[in-house]
Design a binder for this molecule. Structure first.
Ligand SMILES: [Zn+2]
Length: 330
């Protein structure tokens, strides 16, 4: 699908703007045909009290790239809760504004270039499909950040489902009657394997096993993040090691269930939590291998994605345009 793009020299000085609209920030990147983000900017999404103010701020950032004289082929957008039929953002829980947001229509009118939009959960799969060095037909990308999300590519097709919510792996129940989740149920994967889940494990282990003797008692809860926890784990702190072990064990078992459903050839992990490296990957792969159904003839690798969470989202958004452009040129 995309290999021809890299040989298409007429596109070498052309760019696509990729936009990832998120609850915390919105990232805008200028993406070339090789999948490099040559320039980017960011706006704080919650700063804007109305959808119109946000759209104007977004247009200002986009306009900056146009005014710089770049040849821009179009704009690709990833956002939460996108209605793929109306192309509007509808009732996104983590955005401030109520009612549908017609960001696609707005940018199309303003800049007179093609604009495409998709759900943010799809972006990592799109980044791999279009810009990945090796093209896989069957793969899963799991993002471990504040929450846990995933995208699924099966038989070369990105799975959306009826409502666009396929691949909500964060809310796969891995422990019936387990930890309470913000979705209202109990035992969801992200209550164990997300950054917040790992913090909850620290609290639980402090209370259950180690009392107040541990170094964690001196760290304020709002200063605690997976980077700090990983540093302590690498120095041998048992609470930190156990928190990652639990996160990986739950994740590995969940991924084995994913394999039963989708039979992927590879599983990619990305997101801030994966920066812990072997602290997470070790127990994940161990639990995965222990839980995997014994019918698959070849090993299914679990690898860190080459695309970071933020970078992958912008590239995935940009691929919405690069993809169509590529097709029309071949
Ligand atoms: Zn849940």
């Amino acid at each position: 699908m995309s290999a021809s793009t890299f040989q298409n020299h007429s596109l070498i000085n052309s760019f696509v703007i990729g936009i990832d609209i998120g609850g915390t920030n919105t990232r805008i990147g200028l993406v070339n045909t090789l999948g490099e983000i040559v320039s980017d900017s960011r706006i704080d999404t919650p700063l804007f009290f109305s959808a119109n103010l946000f759209l104007e701020a977004l247009a200002l950032e986009v306009d900056f790239f146009f005014k710089a004289g770049h040849k821009i082929l179009g704009i690709g957008i990833g956002a939460p809760s996108v209605n793929l039929k109306s192309e509007m953002i509808e009732n996104a829980a983590n955005l401030n504004w109520e009612g549908p947001l017609a960001v696609t229509h707005f940018l199309k009118n303003r800049f007179q270039v093609p604009v495409a939009i998709t759900n943010d959960a799809n972006l990592m799969v799109l980044a791999h499909q279009y810009f990945g060095k090796i093209k896989y037909e069957h793969f899963v990308v799991v993002t471990l950040g504040t929450g846990v999300g995933s995208g699924i590519c099966c038989n070369g097709m990105l799975l959306n489902g009826r409502d666009g919510f396929a691949g909500e792996v964060g809310h796969l129940i891995v422990e019936p009657l387990g930890r309470s989740c913000h979705c209202g149920r109990q035992g969801c994967l992200e209550t164990y394997s997300s950054a917040n889940g790992i913090k909850r494990s620290i609290m639980m282990l402090m209370a259950q096993k180690y009392g107040s003797e541990d170094v964690f008692k001196d760290i304020k809860i709002n200063e605690l993040d997976t980077k700090v926890i990983a540093e302590l784990a690498s120095k041998g702190n048992q609470i930190a090691i156990e928190a990652f072990h639990l996160a990986g064990t739950m994740l590995g078992a969940a991924l084995a269930n994913f394999v039963v459903l989708f039979n992927p050839e590879i599983i990619f992990l990305t997101g801030g939590v994966t920066n812990a490296g072997s602290l997470l990957f070790g127990p994940t792969i161990e639990a995965f291998n222990q839980s995997l159904l014994n019918v698959y003839p070849e090993a299914i690798p679990i690898e860190q994605s080459v695309f970071g969470e933020s970078e992958g989202a912008v590239l995935g958004a940009a691929s919405l345009i690069w993809n169509t452009y590529d097709t029309t040129n071949n």
